[in-house]
Design a binder for this molecule. Sequence first.
Ligand code: ATP
Ligand code: MG
Length: 324
Amino acid sequence: MGREAVAGELMAHLARRDPGPGRPVAVVVGPPGAGKTALVLRAAHGVREHFPDGQVFVDLHPADSLPVPPDVLVRRVVRSLGGAPAAEHPEESRAQLRNALSTRRVLVVLDNVDSEAQVRPLLVDDGRSAVLVAARRELSALPERFSRRIGALEEADALGALTDLVGADRTGAERPAALSIVRSCAGLPLAVHIAGLWLTARPHRRLRDLADRLADERDRLAVLRIGDLSVHAGVTAYLRLLPPPLRTAIRELARSPEDFGIPEIPARVTPSPWPPADLLEELLHRQLIHPVPAARQDRTRYRLYDAVRLHAAEAARRAPARTP
Ligand SMILES: Nc1ncnc2c1ncn2[C@@H]1O[C@H](COP(=O)(O)OP(=O)(O)OP(=O)(O)O)[C@@H](O)[C@H]1O
Ligand SMILES: [Mg+2]
C-alpha cells in the first residue's frame, strides 16, 4: 500500500485541536494517477471521529465535464449539510456556508481541484471545520495550507500493490518479471493497479508476457488501460488544463528521455514560452516534471513524469514533423 507516513501527517494535521486563523486546509498534490484521491479518502476516513457533524465529498472536475464553478460548489456543500435550502444569491449562499462551517465540525473533501478559487469560499477563519484537497497543481496562493506532494511509490510498495492484486504465489514465482512490470509502470499507482487488473483478468498468462509488452515504451500506454481506467486518460485530464504553449513545450521535451535543467531548455524548447527557469517552475507546479533524485546538489535536473512523456511522445508521432 505505502503512503502510511504521508497519510499519518495529513490526519495529524486535520485533527489539530487549535482552531484559529488558518484552521486546517490540507492539500495533496501530485501527477496523474499518483493516488491523490485514494490518499485523501483514506485520511478522511481516519479522522472521521474528529468531524462528528459529517464529511462532504465533492469532485470539482469530473472526467469529461467542465470544472464545477465556486458558487455551484458553495450551494452544493450547503445543501449537503442540510438545514435551510441553499440561497440563490451567491453572497447569501456563501454566508450560509461560512455560518455552517463555523458552527459545526465538518470535513469537506474536494477532489480534482485545479485552482485556489475553488477552495477559497470554504476557508472560514476560526471555523471548527476543515478542508482536505486533492489538487492537480500546487495551490501556492492559499494561505497557511499544509501541503504534501506525492509521486511514485517506493519500489517495495509498488511490488506490494501488485502482489495484493495478483497474489503472492504469482509474483513470488516470477519475481524478476514482477519487478520489471513495476519498473515499467515507474511506480505510478494507477499504472501498477491496471497492470494488476490485466493479470487478474488473465490467470492463465505469465507475468513475463505483460513485462515484455510493457518493455516497449511506444506500446506502453496502449497496454495500460482496462475498462474505464487508463493512464492515457489520466494524463489527458492534466494536459487539457494547460495553455497551448506549455503543451507544445512538453511535446518538445518529450522528444528525448534525457533529463534536463535550465541550460538545456533553450535548445530543447524553441521558442520557450517563458524564460527557462520560469518554464521549469511552471511544469513543476503543475506536476508534469519531477526533480531527478540522483542529481548533484548544485545542478537540479528534471524529468517529465514517464506517463506524461509517453503521452506527449505519442501526440508528437501523430503531429506533423517540426521543420528544422
Ligand atoms: N498507495 C497505493 N497503493 C496501491 N494502489 C494505489 C495506491 N494509491 C492509489 N492506488 C490505486 O491507483 C489508482 C489511482 O489512484 P487515484 O485515483 O487515487 O489517483 P489520482 O492521483 O487521484 O488520479 P487522478 O490524477 O486521475 O485523479 C487507483 O486505482 C487506486 O486504487
Ligand atoms: Mg483523483
